[in-house]
Design a protein around this ligand. Structure first.
Ligand SMILES: Cc1cc2nc3c(=O)[nH]c(=O)nc-3n(C[C@H](O)[C@H](O)[C@H](O)COP(=O)(O)OP(=O)(O)OC[C@H]3O[C@@H](n4cnc5c(N)ncnc54)[C@H](O)[C@@H]3O)c2cc1C
Length: 468
């Protein structure tokens, strides 16, 4: 009997326990044949931005190449009348397999998908064997001694670190053979353009990690917040698609300020996965339900402001540089993600879910847990100590995290003629708006007070309202 391996958000060969389980089982109690399959929901694919479409295609191409083109991509869509579950069942039957192996997902969409696949397989007598996860420590495993979950990050981190994780494991080389159970339908042709060629895949992720270790890991604690320098790993796409597992990164970290802070950032990803696993409704609903009662803006003016935010035309250079970085690269610096998210919720008074949906469409590193809870944290309605009354000031954040204006100049060409930090307040200069850059669409200090007034209405009281 052959085994089928269903690739999901684990597009790599090494340090992939579920894949190794498929390989080992195929050798110990089968015919040593493993049929790798990736089932692609075309309806979801074509709804993505051009950069996201191209990035998934690049990841699949790289995976296929790394296994000698022995990856069968199978299509699912409403038009074809084929679901992901149908595609997996069909491949398993063609492979004459009794077991399909895959990595266990913990996010609501992933869980729903694996449940549907598991049920469909069971109906035809085939078993779905789920192993491992996309995390060093599985969501749900870190809890207080009484079994209850941690609601704040720091104690979660402490326990997560105590629990630890296994060592990375290379691809099992035990004499298995890849087979194609059903012909590959090919990777889809993106329906939208990407402004640049996207590099992806396991080998690229490992090279990116090697470069980051030499380039910036040692100073990560000091430089990771600077938007104008490349002080972070840029591994989020690879982690989101599972081209590298966090275990591989954690295994190489030592005890130094840069390494320790990097470990803590990896743990944020694990914390949010844990929070979403325990609170699946928070993909789209408020973690702190009282924030659903807050006054948010609606109507034509609110819509026009939302469009300006998406297009990077709010008149606030740090916000606009971030939104344009997102559109032109499919990635945005973490500090700037917080600035633009705070601006959407607290300056434009729009609900966080709207921004999160736009990020999902555009971010090549889109991750259901990190996105929903990154938004909720910044909006002040999520976990941990980032209360709503901390309103990010986009001007001060610019002076602090883009002190020479390099970041803004790079992404906002209408301001590229300004060569000092006055770039963060172009409306104060005679030459500031001469190249068509817009005046601010709102007055930050007025909107900040308004945001705090709305907060008072839902009775989240606090004596001090510090500007960040
Ligand atoms: C509003 C908002 C939305 C976000 N949406 C996503 C998302 O969809 N996908 C995503 O991967 N990250 C998201 N993040 C977290 C963070 O911005 C990105 O992980 C980070 O910018 C990726 O760049 P990097 O790989 O260079 O990160 P590095 O600084 O090099 O960090 C290494 C890895 O740690 C993890 N990490 C770092 N910071 C965070 C964080 N604050 N929360 C969770 N994980 C973190 C990521 O996996 C990252 O790749 C979001 C943050 C905010 C504020």
């Amino acid at each position: 009997m052959s085994r089928v391996f269903w690739f999901r958000r684990d597009l790599r060969l090494n340090d992939n326990p579920a894949l190794n389980a498929a390989i080992r089982c195929s050798v110990t109690d089968g015919d040593s044949k493993v049929a790798p399959i990736y089932a692609l929901d075309l309806d979801y694919f074509y709804a993505l931005s051009g950069i996201r479409q191209h990035s998934l295609v690049a990841s699949l191409d790289a995976l296929g190449a790394s296994m000698g083109r022995m990856l069968a991509i199978r299509h699912a869509s409403v038009d074809l009348g084929v679901t992901v579950a149908n595609a997996i069942v069909s491949a398993a039957q063609k492979a004459n397999a009794q077991t399909v192996h895959a990595t266990r997902a913990f996010d609501p969409a992933g869980v729903a998908e694996q449940n549907a696949v598991g049920v469909a397989l069971a109906e035809v007598g085939i078993f779905l064997d789920l192993t491992g996860s996309y995390y060093a420590v599985d969501p749900g495993a870190v809890g207080k001694p009484d079994g209850s979950p941690y609601k704040v990050y720091t104690p979660f981190f402490k326990r997560w670190f105590e629990l630890g994780w296994s060592k990375p494991e290379a691809l099992a080389e035990v004499g298995h053979k890849w087979i194609i159970a059903e012909p590959c339908q090919g990777r889809p042709t993106p329906s939208k353009d990407s402004p640049f060629e996207i590099k992806a895949g396991e080998a690229y992720a490992l090279r990116t990690w090697e470069r980051f270790k030499k380039r910036a890991l040692f100073s990560y604690d000091e430089m990771r917040n600077r938007a104008d320098v490349s002080g972070t790993s840029h591994l989020s796409h690879a982690l989101a698609f599972g081209e590298i597992h966090p275990r591989t990164l954690l295994a190489e970290l030592a005890d130094s300020p840069g390494h320790n802070v990097f470990r803590k950032e990896i743990a944020w990803r694990e914390f949010y996965a844990d929070v979403l696993w325990r609170n699946p409704h928070t993909t789209t609903e408020y973690y702190e339900p009282r924030f659903a009662d807050m006054r948010y803006d609606t109507g034509a003016e609110a819509e026009a402001r939302f469009e300006a935010w998406k297009a990077g035309k709010t008149g606030y250079p740090m916000v606009d540089a971030g939104m344009r970085q997102l559109m032109t690269t499919g990635w945005m610096h973490n500090r700037v993600r917080m600035i633009v998210a705070s601006f959407l919720v607290k300056d434009l008074h729009l609900e966080w879910q709207r921004g999160a949906a736009w990020f999902e469409e555009c971010l090549t590193d889109f991750d259901p847990a990190s996105n929903a809870h990154g938004w909720q944290w910044t909006a002040g309605c999520g976990t941990d100590a980032s209360p709503y009354y901390r309103v990010f000031n986009p001007i001060l954040q610019g002076y602090k995290f883009d002190p020479r204006g390099d970041y803004v100049r790079k992404y906002v060409p209408e301001l590229a003629h300004i060569w000092d930090d006055g770039i963060h307040e172009p409306w104060n200069r005679l030459d500031g708006l001469i190249h068509g850059y817009p005046a601010p669409i709102v007055d930050h200090s007025v909107e900040r007070d308004d945001a705090l007034a709305r907060l008072a209405e839902i009775k989240v009281l606090k004596a001090e309202f510090p500007e960040k």
